[in-house]
Design a protein around this ligand. Structure first.
Ligand SMILES: Cc1ncc(C[n+]2csc(CCOP(=O)(O)OP(=O)(O)O)c2C)c(N)n1
Ligand SMILES: [Mg+2]
Length: 434
């Protein structure tokens, strides 16, 4: 089978009108000058130039300077360093990415030992996207994920214990064992799911972003919260994606649409399924910036994420970011992964984002190999402890089974005596046993 390849466009950021090239600042930039680190390029983003109703219909998208990168350059030159991260930042990123990988590897072991039920989709290989974006968020900011959601939840601060327990279907899980692998949710950490249906999370994220805007503009609350919506390349062929891009651009919502383009939707190659494989181009089509970034490089992802999140926080509207990444395992743990070309897998294995960050940290003397080993040891212990905790935790009571499944008025919730109706021994009489 032919190796699937992303077709690179020399201009990673472009105007929605080819005739506008004369006023686009991006024309002088090569991809490496835009995304190469540590000498990160000058211009990352496109914005609408005009806001008049007529020109909005043919949104003129041009590149603007990146304040973040300018600031970074100033800081770097005054400190005599040309690095994009400090030692502390580097270690935080490394720890988070290593946690994601170690957690998922442990999930695979536990799944094959029969500790988990249903489908389990792992995130190995894509860690730079979760870490690069989510580690920039505040606690109040929201994250909306897909069924490949464990690592997004971990990056957002849900504990390994709670995620593992949820996977084991235990009462101590972040959804009290009621959601399982594909439905991570945490009110405390503003993780709004976990969705088994592809594209389902995008409207939820759009709604969360609308809430932030409504609080700020209608209720005059002090609210600058941002929402990140993560989803895959295959999901970009789904109508909800287009509807939400339209609404988000129309209402200038504080949202970033983060496409994790791992080239495959189960066994369907992105190149066979999509009329134009450059997903980022769909941003300018709706009048919002579209950006393509190497999703195997956490530092590049982080710089793009800073821009996009900053724009949203400042009330400047949504951004579509396409992260070119790869999953190192099959679609789910039930997938023997026999479809993809070994050469393609080997190509991306060589670009392991964790190995790349490790190399960057050591080569730039931000930390030593021993420092990183110490982080790995600490995280391995956290993951082992999470398994122990999940294993020992109780299963949810039977009475919880139908909670949040049916609405109260239909008779499946709490009865007049204050007890759950399903606790009544007669509840299942004449129906299938639950
Ligand atoms: C509405 C809907 N249609 C079909 C499916 C079956 N399905 C599960 S995963 C998947 C592929 C999604 O691929 P992508 O968006 O690229 O995400 P990835 O698995 O690569 O992370 C499909 C079609 C589904 N879950 N929901
Ligand atoms: Mg995919």
């Amino acid at each position: 089978m032919a190796t699937a390849k992303i077709i690179h466009n020399p201009l990673l950021i472009s105007s929605s009108r080819s005739a506008d090239k004369s006023d686009s600042c991006v024309k002088n930039l090569s991809p490496s000058s835009i995304f190469g680190s540590p000498s990160l390029g000058k211009k990352l983003f496109c914005v609408k130039k005009s806001v008049s109703p007529i020109s909005r219909r043919c949104a003129n998208v041009v590149a603007v300077s990146s304040d973040v990168v300018k600031e970074k350059k100033l800081k770097a030159s005054s400190s005599g360093s040309n690095l994009l991260i400090t030692k502390e930042e580097g270690l935080e990123l490394y720890e988070d990415m290593y946690l994601g990988r170690a957690f998922e590897d442990m999930c695979a072991q536990m799944y094959y030992r029969g500790k988990m039920f249903g489908f389990v989709h792992l995130y190995n290989g894509q860690e730079a996207v979760s870490t690069g974006f989510i580690k920039l968020l505040k606690k109040e900011d929201c994250v909306v994920s897909t069924y490949r959601d464990h690592v997004h939840a971990l990056s957002k601060g849900v504990s390994a214990r709670e995620v593992m327990s949820e996977l084991f279907g235990k009462a101590t899980g972040c959804c009290r064992g009621q959601g399982g692998s594909m439905h991570m949710f945490s009110k405390e950490h503003n993780v709004l799911g976990g969705f088994a249906f592809i594209g389902e999370g995008i409207p939820v994220a759009t709604g969360a972003a609308f809430t932030s805007k409504y609080k700020r503009e209608a209720l005059k609350e002090d609210c600058d919260e941002v929402t990140l919506a993560f989803f895959g390349d295959g999901t970009c062929n789904n109508g909800q994606f287009f509807e939400c891009l339209n609404m988000a651009a129309l209402w200038k919502l504080p949202i970033v649409f983060v496409v994790e383009n791992n080239l495959w939707a189960i066994g369907m190659s992105h190149l066979r399924a999509t009329s134009d494989p450059q997903i980022w181009k769909k941003g300018p089509a709706f009048g919002m910036p579209g950006v393509h970034v190497d999703g195997m490089d956490v530092l590049k992802v982080r710089e793009v994420a800073k821009e996009a999140i900053g724009r949203a926080r400042r009330g400047e509207g949504p951004t579509l970011v396409e992260c070119e990444t790869y999953r190192f395992r099959g679609h789910s743990l039930a997938d023997p992964d026999e479809l993809r070309d070994p050469a393609e897998k080997a190509h991306y294995a060589m670009r392991d984002p964790i190995t790349a960050l490790k190399k960057y940290i050591i080569e730039n003397k931000l930390a030593s190999e021993a420092d990183l080993k110490a982080i790995e040891k600490k995280i391995d212990e956290v993951v082992d402890e999470a398994v122990e905790f999940a294993d020992k935790s109780p299963v949810p009571p039977r009475s919880q089974l139908l909670e949040n499944v049916f609405a109260d008025p239909r008779g499946f919730g709490i009865g007049p005596d204050g007890k759950y109706r399903c606790e009544d021994p007669k509840f299942t009489e004449g129906t299938a046993q639950v």
